[in-house]
Ligand binder design. Structure first.
Ligand SMILES: [Zn+2]
Length: 407
């Protein structure tokens, strides 16, 4: 019976198998052509043999496809590259920026991770620095962020606000450094939250607790409870962080109202160290409902490509700190230095209740030397003292005061 013609079911299975085999062979031969063409294209034209030139002519479609892929790769590469303006160009561009700032009626500053890269801790810099990792989308132990201190850029922004040149600051950063620079809270919107702030949303108005440590150690996407309780209503406190894919609605510290109002009034927007990849999605920050000519003038300081570059009056390819230093020179203003004794976080902070002292394991921002931080509970002081000789102590040793003492 084996020699009998096979029933149709079996025959179609054989057909299917043959078809599948043909498809695999087809794919394999296409891949082979891609490899071959790719190899030939890599050679300089003059070095290609007649046979190789013929291969390219025979497979025009493959040549086109490979060239398209190469163009896409180059564009992507260019967008990630860091570009630096040379010293003269930088100076010239900053002069233009200074003129624009002087003429502005309502200057609003948008900031991103790039303004914190120079935070006084060496581990923040370089290809494996905290910020590089964050920018690559890797998660970083956020307790590291509490070691940062306001940079030259943070301090200059605060100064420009005091001089009434900057009206409002909209930040994507959660590191709390604008607040710690002394910028008044009314002039600040922290669109993605502040890692030192936890809030009670059961209380009305919302009750805020500023802490001297990173409150987010137990929180994550859609899980915002910090484990501590409101001293008024005993409701669980939550962090203020807005994760990717979440919608931030908290009044403080997000202050969307302030950000939207600032954008509405703005005639000049200065973007510092933000890739603008996230910010560009918030249409109200760019007055996109207005015709292009009625929108605020855009000035961008960033080493890398941003999606708003083509719309900018000026793109400055420099480090934020370098640009701010030159800008302060243009304005004849002295660069203010961060001074821990003037860091508002120590007076703003709410002490933990006795039973909460062990509710976290993050490092505490140490109060300045010699300052008895009255807002600290006993436990926190102990903990703050405990880290003095550790990582934080070393970072602090690099500060001005320590140098003065040793000089
Ligand atoms: Zn409450």
């Amino acid at each position: 019976w084996r020699s009998k013609p096979e029933p149709t079911g079996v025959s179609s299975r054989a057909e299917r198998k043959a078809l599948e085999k043909a498809r695999i062979q087809q794919r394999e031969s296409e891949r082979e052509i891609f490899r071959l063409v790719g190899r030939v294209l890599k050679k300089p034209e003059a070095e290609r043999s007649k046979e190789e030139a013929a291969v390219l002519l025979r497979h025009r479609d493959t040549v086109d496809e490979l060239s398209k892929r190469q163009v896409r790769r180059n564009v992507l590469k260019r967008k990630q590259e860091e570009v630096f303006d040379d010293a003269d160009e930088l100076k010239n561009k900053v002069r233009q920026l200074a003129t624009a700032i002087k003429q502005a009626n309502h200057l609003v500053v948008y900031t991103g991770a790039g303004i914190s890269t120079a935070a006084s801790i060496p581990d923040y810099r370089g290809p494996n620095g905290v910020w590089t990792q964050l920018q690559k989308g890797h998660t970083v132990n956020s307790s590291d962020l509490s070691k940062a201190e306001p940079t030259l850029t943070h301090m200059c922004i605060k100064m420009l606000h005091k001089e009434k040149m900057v009206k409002h600051v909209v930040s994507q950063n959660c590191d709390g450094l604008h607040l710690r620079s002394g910028l008044p809270r009314s002039a600040l919107s922290e669109l993605h939250g502040n890692m030192f702030i936890e809030v009670c949303t059961s209380c009305s108005p919302l009750k805020e607790y500023i802490r001297l440590f990173d409150v987010t150690e137990r929180t994550s996407l859609h899980r915002h409870g910090t484990g501590r309780r409101c001293s008024h209503c005993s409701g669980e406190l939550r962090d203020t962080i807005v994760h990717f894919g979440e919608r931030g609605t908290l009044e403080q510290p997000l202050n969307w109202k302030g950000a939207a109002e600032a954008a509405r009034k703005a005639d000049v927007i200065l973007c510092l160290g933000s890739s603008l990849k996230v910010l560009k999605k918030y249409a109200c920050l760019w007055c996109m409902n207005r015709p292009a000519s009625k929108r605020p003038k855009l000035y961008i300081v960033n080493l890398q490509w941003t999606p708003k570059d083509d719309l900018a009056m000026l793109k400055i390819n420099g480090k934020c700190d370098d640009v701010m230093r030159l800008l302060m020179e243009e304005f004849n203003l002295q660069i203010p230095l961060y001074d821990r004794t003037e860091d508002p976080i120590f007076s703003l902070a709410t002490p933990l209740q006795a039973e909460e002292v062990n509710s976290h394991s993050r490092e505490v921002i140490a109060p300045p030397d010699g300052q008895n931080c009255s807002s600290n509970s006993e436990g926190q002081v102990k903990e703050a003292t405990a880290v003095q000789g550790g990582w934080f102590g070393r970072g602090y040793g690099k500060g001005r005061k320590a140098r003065k003492k040793s000089a």
